[in-house]
Design a protein around this ligand. Structure first.
Ligand SMILES: Cc1cc2nc3c(=O)[nH]c(=O)nc-3n(C[C@H](O)[C@H](O)[C@H](O)COP(=O)(O)OP(=O)(O)OC[C@H]3O[C@@H](n4cnc5c(N)ncnc54)[C@H](O)[C@@H]3O)c2cc1C
Length: 365
């Protein structure tokens, strides 16, 4: 039986291991911390179809189908039916792009329709839309379901090094052992570039840090709230995103801005995280009167971006080692898992994910 190692039990590693198991492979998932404790941490992520790169929008649309399958297999809805709202001057372009995709219903929203769907927001009359099959990913439920199904395959150990061997296999060295596999897939989030470097792969990943705050919804209703992206600058920020908790009682808000790229020793200036925190809370006071503006929870986390864009993603491969890097990968995880499983089993990365394809580039065809 083919034996594959996956390093990292975040959403991408778990999705890859899941897909490998569906193909009948024997899988070991190495995780040094708690599954879902890295970049995948915290409750809720946005599922949206709109991306600057139409190829990525199609890939994400395929991923939406796989999220439906996961929801059926695990017996619970993993994406809420609340929809994904976007406001700002980019809306007409997004609507045009999504119009070309099958099974991605959208609607423009006027001032009243926006208020009705998203009563937390202050008065706004600029361009707005809803992606009706977008919504909130129930991240904790997804991580729990996958971890439960793959529990027997998880090895709780820190991977120190990975390399291809002269015999065409791959070796994984951990704190407590050394083992050989037919292929290794690196899904280690902020640890991927470092491990890949040892395996002869040079990933152009940039690390920065990010903050997201949770706020109490003043008057929680029964209908699931939509996710929110504000590119309008109408409330003093032009890159803001938000998503509700599964019980509708909390709403998390983050700025797309991150700290300056980290140097080799990590964050240069921790005060930058504080500045992002204050800007986020100030935005909530201006834009979202439906929220109590006192932060009730924080998610701090590393962001890993590739040079061709904030939504960019790529997979690098050499010998028996494949590594994945990019940002905003939660929504894509089921489709990435499929693609990485294919790479591990065939030794060939699907063309769309090769770095030269620059998937997610804003200037792509
Ligand atoms: C606040 C925030 C908001 C976000 N919003 C969205 C959103 O709305 N929509 C969206 O799609 N995406 C969003 N993202 C991005 C998305 O969450 C990440 O891209 C995704 O979770 C990355 O998952 P991963 O499995 O690649 O990495 P991770 O979740 O970081 O998993 C990597 C795992 O590898 C383990 N590991 C690392 N090194 C080693 C080692 N040497 N040995 C063993 N184990 C190791 C780590 O412990 C970790 O558990 C957001 C991210 C953040 C932080």
């Amino acid at each position: 039986m083919t034996r594959i190692a996956v390093v990292g039990a975040g959403i991408v590693g778990l999705a890859t291991a899941w897909a490998l198991r569906q193909h009948g492979a024997e899988v070991r998932i190495f995780e040094s911390g708690a599954p879902g404790g890295g970049q995948s941490a915290g409750e809720s992520r946005i599922f949206r179809h709109a991306h600057d790169d139409a190829r990525l929008a199609r890939f994400v649309s395929h991923s939406r189908q796989l999220w439906r399958t996961w929801s059926e297999v695990f017996g619970q809805p993993l994406i809420s039916p609340g929809g994904a709202i976007a406001i700002g001057p980019g809306v007409p372009e997004k609507l045009k792009l999504l119009d070309q995709l099958d099974h991605v219903p959208t609607a423009p929203l006027n001032r009243e329709a926006l208020q009705e769907r998203f009563p937390l927001v202050a008065d706004y009359s600029g361009p707005a839309m809803v992606d009706l099959h977008g919504g909130t990913i129930h991240t904790l439920a997804a991580i729990d379901a996958l971890t439960g199904a793959l529990r027997a395959d998880v090895v709780h150990d820190h991977v120190l090094s990975v390399r291809s061997t002269a015999t065409g296999a791959a070796e994984v060295r951990t704190g407590t052992g050394a083992e050989t596999f037919d292929h290794v897939v690196l899904c280690a989030g902020r640890g991927t570039a470092e491990l890949a470097h040892g395996a002869g792969l040079d990933l152009p990943v940039q690390l920065s840090a990010h903050v997201r705050l949770a706020f109490a919804v003043r008057h929680p209703g029964k209908d699931p709230l939509p996710t929110f992206q504000d590119g309008s600058d109408a409330f003093g920020e032009s890159g803001v995103y938000g998503a509700p908790s599964q019980d509708n009682r909390r709403y998390s808000i983050g700025l797309s801005d991150t700290t300056r790229p980290a140097g080799p020793r990590g964050l240069d200036d921790p005060a930058e995280l504080n500045a992002l925190t204050e800007r986020t809370a100030a935005y909530v006071r201006r834009a979202l009167p439906g929220l109590d503006p006192t932060p009730r929870g924080h998610v701090h986390c590393w962001v890993t971006t590739v040079p061709w864009g904030d939504d960019g993603v790529g997979a690098w491969s050499d010998g028996a080692v494949t590594a994945i890097a990019g940002h905003n990968l939660f929504k894509q995880a089921p489709a990435l898992g499929e693609a990485l499983a294919e790479a591990a089993l065939t030794g060939v990365v699907p063309e769309l994910l090769r770095p030269e394809s620059r998937l997610g580039a804003a200037d792509s065809p």
